[in-house]
Design a protein around this ligand. Structure first.
Ligand code: LRH
Ligand code: MN
Ligand code: MN
Length: 392
């Protein structure tokens, strides 16, 4: 295995962006369970995210979803976040909850609807200028339910035109990331269903456009790490939305369903130069979470999530790449596989606890959260008002 000190040294480069919506109430389409202490405002969501960063040192930025996190003064919100030790990250657009978008948004055959959707993205870019965010993330619910319902080709062409208008508005240091998802809410066809479509669309836009890979957005059995490898090879992997799935877009805690898959993904990220800073230059691949905490407590759920990413990253950093290359060169299948497994089966938790303590962080962030009294405090403070939820 790789030298532990060298491997852990690279952990400094790990930064995970947490989603504001993970702190609000969310659920299945059958029931949303409310919990005490749930944020009522975006400021309260940011405060919870800041707690996760304070205890783990892993989550320095918070992604916002517009209009869920709409405020009057984004510069003030940025200042508020900075006061709590975190920054504002990716701005997520939202064209999936208004009646106007029933038949599509950026792909719509109605000029008025398309205009509305494009203008919404212009608003998001204006917000990015105020928050200092680099990335505009676009996920579209656009698609159809029945064969023949609409002209798929026409929709794809209109999507390209709409994206071009949005892309042209980006500032010099801003990027656009286009997220794909194979189905849901549309069930027959989806306009951006796969990485190939997202790649083709972003390639046509230019070098500030990238693909966002949400780990829950693939058919069961898909080799996600292959897609990671390919997008990095093509220079088009912009970001991840991390979560776990057993069936479809389950949005469960990352690394909970299949830690080995997360390990394999992180190996390809590191292998492909997508991790942290490479030769002093930011790799540009944003590691974000996109999760919902329906049954479990939300702040501990987020702490567990960032720790899982850290754990699998540490294990991936332990892969003895020289031994692996040698086994691959000589066609020693079992030896190559053993190099992978040696790293994966290494329990890095004691090393990570030490790593944390050496940086003034609690060795056990979940225990520290429990002991902090923060949950009790917010349960008492956050009474009245409307609890924020997924979509609120
Ligand atoms: C769509 C999605 C997308 C949205 C988020 C709330 O399923 O993954 O990233 O912005 O969920
Ligand atoms: Mn997502
Ligand atoms: Mn999703």
């Amino acid at each position: 295995m790789n030298d532990v000190a060298t491997a852990l040294g690279r952990l400094e480069e790990l930064a995970i962006e947490v989603p504001s919506w993970a702190y609000g109430n969310s659920g299945t389409r059958f029931k949303v369970f409310g919990t005490p202490g749930t944020p009522r405002t975006v400021q309260e969501k940011i405060a919870d995210a800041a707690k996760v960063h304070e205890l783990t040192g892993l989550a320095p930025t918070v992604a916002l979803h517009i209009p869920w996190d709409k405020v009057d003064d984004y510069a003030a919100l940025k200042g508020y976040a900075a006061g709590l030790g975190v920054g504002l990250g990716t701005i997520n657009s939202n064209t999936f909850q208004d009646d106007e978008y029933k038949f599509g948004s950026l792909t719509s055959s109605s000029d008025a609807v398309r205009r509305r959707a494009i203008d919404h993205h212009f608003e998001c870019i204006d917000i990015m200028h105020q928050t200092g965010s680099r990335d505009l993330k676009i996920w579209l619910a656009d698609g159809t339910n029945y064969p023949g319902q609409d002209d798929m080709r026409g929709r794809q062409d209109r999507l390209a035109e709409s994206l071009q208008e949005i892309y042209a508005r980006l500032g010099e240091d801003q990027r656009l990331v286009l997220e794909y998802k194979f189905f849901e809410p549309a069930f027959y066809h989806t306009d951006v269903p796969d990485w190939g479509t997202s790649y083709a669309q972003t390639l046509a836009l230019g070098e500030k456009a990238f693909v966002c890979l949400d780990t829950g957005h693939h058919a069961p059995g898909t080799n996600i790490e292959f897609i990671v490898m390919q997008l990095l090879r093509l220079g088009k992997l912009g970001s991840f939305d991390f979560n776990s799935r057993f069936y479809a877009d389950d949005d469960l805690i990352v690394g909970a369903a299949d830690p080995f898959q997360l390990f394999r993904i992180m190996h390809e990220v590191i292998r492909g130069g997508g991790f942290g800073s490479v030769s002093g230059k930011e790799s540009g691949v944003a590691l974000m979470l996109d999760q919902c905490h329906n049954l479990e407590e939300k702040i501990p759920g987020q702490i567990r999530s960032v720790l899982n990413v850290q754990e699998m990253t540490a294990r991936a950093l332990l892969i003895d790449t020289a031994a692996l290359a040698e086994a691959q060169r000589t066609g020693d299948v079992l030896a190559a596989n053993a190099v992978f497994n040696d790293a994966f089966y290494t329990d890095v938790r004691p090393m990570l606890a030490e790593w944390r303590e050496s940086r003034g962080l609690p060795a056990d962030p979940l225990a520290a959260f429990k002991a902090s009294g923060y949950q009790k405090q917010i349960n008492e403070d956050r009474v009245g008002g409307q609890q924020a939820g997924w979509g609120a």
